[in-house]
Write a protein that binds this ligand. Structure first.
Ligand code: FMN
Length: 161
């Protein structure tokens, strides 16, 4: 069994790109959270915003393993300065005993609100979180950012922090 499990949600592929890079760096298992509703394209964007603002629930069509002895790393986009409904639903299904890590991707602001919400739901969330603004704009910068975060996770997860 691998040391890390990365679970991510991504509407338009940016968080997915970062999650896959990080998985390669950490040699981690990786799972995608998928939900029943489709949010593709411009109409999907508007639909997603309404769902987020109305705090609608989500029905997942993906199945997930428990992290077990692995360290869980969650990745997601910021939606209306908070956590997307699919990730909220995922969090209802998992039990995490070890410190958990999280990163988000976003266009500008809202990561503070997202991590605050996440911490309320998962008190074992590590303070070592990562917010990546416009990850697809500069892939080399993204790689460097993720490499530094992967190193920090390896050392703090090793200390059980
Ligand atoms: C419904 C919705 C709400 C969003 N809200 C925010 C926001 O509050 N702040 C922000 O900076 N970006 C916001 N964004 C932009 C996304 O967080 C950003 O583009 C992200 O990198 C997309 O990741 P993805 O490609 O993995 O879905 C929002 C996007 C959507 C679809």
């Amino acid at each position: 069994m691998r040391e890390f499990l990365i679970v991510y949600y991504s509407r338009s592929g940016k968080t997915a790109m970062a999650a896959r890079m990080l998985a390669e760096m950490l040699g981690a298992d990786i799972e995608e959270i998928r939900e029943q509703r489709s949010f593709t394209g411009c109409v999907g964007w508007a639909k997603a915003l309404i769902c987020a603002l109305k705090k609608e629930g989500a029905r997942l069509v993906s199945t997930h393993s428990q992290a077990g002895d692995r360290t869980l790393i969650l990745g997601m986009p910021v939606w209306a300065a908070s956590v997307p409904p699919a990730v909220l639903e995922y969090l209802r299904t998992v039990q995490v005993s070890k410190p958990m890590y999280a990163f988000c991707t976003l266009d500008g602001s809202g990561s503070k609100g997202l991590f605050k919400k996440l911490r309320a739901l998962a008190p074992n969330l590590s303070s070592n979180t990562l917010a990546i603004i416009k990850p697809a704009k500069d892939v080399e910068r993204l790689r460097k950012t993720l490499l530094a975060w992967a190193d920090a996770i390896r050392s703090s997860a090793g200390r059980g922090a």
